[in-house]
Design a protein. Sequence first.
Length: 250
Amino acid sequence: MADPNADPNSPTGCKPGYYFDVMARVCKVIMQPEYETEATGFAGGVDPTYKAPGKDMFVAGAKPYTYTTRDWQMLLSMSKEDVISVQQQLMKAYPGFKPRALGDRTDPKTITYFKYALGRINQEPSIQGQDIMTALPWMIANPLPTSSSGSGLPSFKLTNPIDLKTIFNKASQSVVGRQLDEVDLNKLVSTYQTAELDYQKGKTAKSGAVVMAPDAGAFASKKILEQNPAEAEAYDYLTYIDRLSSLLLG
């Protein structure tokens, strides 16, 4: 039976005032105000063309799914009950996290910790490639304290791996004219987060100076240049020729 609320000409696939429920595969009415780009607090905001990964991406035998920067938008297609369930599980997986309001899909804190969870799925071999609902119980059994957890354990704030990969790929594009493969991206993320930890732990260099956390973009550009000097030189030359040609052609 055709969905009466569907609109094939709409970027979301639904009529105005409705959102596409990925799990139910039907358009459902939005029970709260339209999503504001600014409310997310993340560059790029809401992408109206985004489509969440389907269940077929998480079946046995399928290639492990790697979450991307855009996948936090899965929250926007979840029912209020599912959002509440995710928030409650995130509070257990990240002691100290408290959402602005249960069921609020646009809560910046919820979006931030949802992205932390997706990044952790990409990094942890035990849950790599799993859908968020399957992975959250494992995270609850292996919680990560936040700075306000009060657990008595040392806790540190690391930049989300998903966000770092976006920054690193932009740096790679500017240095060698291409994006990095997943293996190299993961190595860069690990190295950068080690530098972040060193800074927060107050680690000192041989000179006695405190090691500062580097700018992520500058860090990536330097590492990529060091690892690919010939490719970077060739790309720099081609870029120069392109610019020169553009000037000569007017």
